[in-house]
Design a protein around this ligand. Sequence first.
Ligand code: AMP
Length: 423
Amino acid sequence: MTAPDQPFRTLAGMRDLLPPESGRRRDLVATFAGVVELAGYREVQPPLVEELGVFLRVGEATDVVTKEMYDFEDKDGRRVALRPELTAGVARAFVQHHPQVPWKVWYAGTSFRHERPQKGRYRSFDQVGVEVLGVDDPDLDVEVVALAWESLRRLGLERIRLLVNSIGDHDDRARYVEAVRAFLDSRRGELSEAALATAERNPLRVLDTQRAEDLAVVADAPLIAEHRSAASAAHFERVLLGLDALEIPYELAPRLVRGLDYYRRTTFELVAESLDAAQNAVGGGGRYDGLVEDLGGPPTDGIGFALGVDRILLALEAEGAPEAQPVAVEVFVVDLTDGSSARDLTHELRSAGISADRRFGGGSMRSQMKSADRSGAQWAVLIGADELESGTVTVRDLRSDAPQSPVPRTDLVAELRRRGTTT
Ligand code: AMP
């Protein structure tokens, strides 16, 4: 093989996540896991690739499925796809393993959508989320919405808005789709080409429009509230009552339908005020009571949400949250002999749980001390010919002018602990 003319780069819409940002992402997932595990959710990890059919259940009339899916034929001749979201895979796993209900799970992972890349919209992006299968109780909707809200707060976001709606049950939704279709048809002349095309495939999606010319029409569209059955209206009332009881501030969003087809009844979205309108949804979710059945399982109620990790980080930055700090080691070993001490001492320190690094390839005292400073370590441990001879090391505090002191090599771990390393 010959080298490429140009060095390889990431594909459009895909990014390398480098330190220190990668560490911040890991912390974000850990914080999220802490919040939802307190509520009894356990982690599930479905595969990145599934049979295409699993994802078609997300909605054959949605952009996510029709335009944005990374689907291909694998070497066995099967139609497969990289997951565009995790709910369908989790529901498929539920059908396959029939766990006890309620099944309360959380996930963190990457999804792929072939979207037009822009800030906050990538082709490979990360989400964290929860799903609960097997419970039809509006108080569960309250729990799930509260967890989404609480997670964002615990992650440090302050300027967020919670939008909630209920798009009714299966029959309500069907009636509503027809009402919206008829309405849009009656106003054809005033709608943009794009909106007309969307109306053909999925009339409800027109209600989500951001386009000024369509907004005026959409403002007159029928509301789902007029088409909700008594049962779904009662369910929704109980959800709102619960949010009031938990003092979670929400706004009713009668036109919030969400992008994916499987949603029923409660839908919600979390919007970061600090982000541009086109990419300001940091998360969303709702009930998807028909999905498990669509995947070949028994009728099962489901609800969940997904939060966009990339957008949460952008929103934190926009809100002025402190930037991710590089993680420093505690100790840097400077070996002015043949390097054997650096090799052995770093191993010994790490085995004792003290983070330690060194410079490879030797170098002068000056250049090794430069590396020690750059590492951010608090302590330098120096070994020269004298120390080697006397079985000692010299410990220097890099953050103060305190005099350095020799320590018997065998006491180094104890001495560092005494001086207050983190372990
Ligand atoms: P959705 O499954 O479309 O409801 O997405 C849930 C959340 O994932 C959204 O609110 C966004 O925060 C995030 N998200 C969705 N698509 C993308 C993308 N292409 N790039 C970055 N984040 C995304």
